[in-house]
Design a protein around this ligand. Structure first.
Ligand SMILES: Cc1ncc(COP(=O)(O)O)c(C=O)c1O
Length: 386
């Protein structure tokens, strides 16, 4: 491949820090760099408590567990997301209720209200994904959570570096989650972070993340936990990556602007909210999207598997680019269309399906130059006009 979707982009300091880890012999399990990584996330997001973990999926699982979600509880969740946002609901034997998206690909507030009004059982929590680094309508959602005694868990796996009204996405809810998976805005090769304003809850998550071992000399267990902590070697990568996070955000935003400049006449893009600074983790574009077709209906339904077809122009474009060594991808296929969730409840408006068929994630590698983006855009236009 000549251009990947969102490959790792090292700062150059990673190996120096890894060397320090090896010299100290704190290869595992924890060590100075895990602490430093947590401190740097706390400082950047202005949040008081952070827990470094081996994935964002683990962070979501811990958040739900600490939130007290148990078997047969219900949990509301954004439907238009990656499965990792919601799989932990199933780990706990709870039931998801999926909510379709608005024009920004994020949770539709009206459908959330409808779900709360009509759900037979009071949901315990809401997992809110800020998709592709774009902010959800957080002010309204916070208010709804407060009025309905709902625990808000922000899946900001894709949104580290995004801010709304000057506040980091992930810091609005009772829990926030970031991912350092290989394709994220910064990476530790694999890793995640759980943050919370509540020290007691975060410390409970820390306890569960290391097998729920009681504080005594021998191994004593009154509860079960998980093996979810991040290693010190990966913590070292995280510290080096945090040093360039802001640079990466500015570059991702620049790449998005370049695509709008080169493709804006043919493709449409997701706008930012007022007062938002999105990280533009992936530049997402749509072909032939008629905004009048959005919000076609508003209804409660049950999930059914949908073999929904991509618009043939989008699938051909992705194929053409692949043949030229350029990686692009369809958007996430929403959870309510997935076989694995057949029969679960969903509140739908048709938007996720429309976006899925018309959307494409464009190469968004931060090492790309303006000429690279111009070359990719020229090839896109050529494919569309063929
Ligand atoms: C929206 C979203 N949630 C959760 C995850 C899970 O992150 P991780 O791979 O670190 O478990 C990802 C990415 O992988 C994601 O894109």
């Amino acid at each position: 491949m000549k251009f990947f979707l969102s490959p790792p982009h090292m700062s150059g300091k990673e190996l120096d820090y890894i060397k320090e880890v090896f010299e100290s012999n704190y290869i595992a399990p924890l060590g100075e760099f895990v602490n430093r990584f947590e401190e740097s996330i706390k400082a950047y997001t202005k949040t008081p408590n952070a827990l470094a973990l081996n994935s964002a999926t683990a962070a979501l699982h811990l958040a739900l567990r600490v939130a007290g979600v148990k078997q047969n509880d219900t949990v509301l969740a954004s439907s238009c997301t990656f499965i990792a946002s919601v799989a932990p609901i199933k780990y706990l034997g709870a039931k998801p209720i999926f909510i379709d998206c608005d024009e920004s690909l994020n949770l539709d507030v009206n459908l959330l209200k409808l779900a709360l009004k009509t759900s037979p059982k009071k949901p315990k929590a809401l997992i809110l994904t800020h998709l592709y680094g774009n902010a959800s309508k957080i002010d309204e959602i916070l208010q709804i959570c407060k009025e309905n005694d709902l625990i808000l868990i922000e899946d900001a796996a894709e949104a580290l570096g995004s801010f709304y009204k000057g506040k980091a996405l992930g810091t609005f809810g009772e829990f926030g989650v970031y991912s350092f998976n290989g394709n994220k805005i910064i990476t530790t090769s694999g890793g995640g972070m759980l943050i919370s304003p509540d020290k007691t809850k975060l410390e409970k998550a820390r306890f569960y993340s290391t097998q729920a071992r009681e504080n005594c000399l021998h191994y004593e267990h009154l509860d079960y936990g998980y093996n979810y902590r991040l290693s010190n070697v990966l913590g070292a990568i995280g510290v080096a990556q945090m040093e360039v996070l802001e640079e990466r955000v500015l570059k991702k935003r620049q790449i998005y602007e370049w695509y709008v400049e080169f493709l804006g006449d043919e493709l449409s893009f997701v706008p930012e909210l007022d007062d938002e600074r999105a990280n533009r983790w992936l530049s997402v574009a749509f072909l032939g999207l008629d905004k009048n077709e959005l919000f076609a209906y508003e209804k409660k339904d049950f999930c059914v598997q949908k073999k929904i077809a991509l618009d043939p122009k989008i699938s051909r474009l992705i194929e053409d680019l692949k043949n030229l060594g350029i990686e692009s991808r369809p958007l996430w296929k929403a959870m309510h269309m997935q076989k694995v969730f057949e029969g679960e409840s969903a509140y739908l408006n048709g938007n996720s399906e429309l976006f899925f068929s018309k959307g494409i994630c464009l190469p968004s590698a931060t090492a790309m130059s303006k000429d690279d983006v111009k070359e990719i855009s020229t090839l896109i236009l050529k494919s569309l006009r063929a």
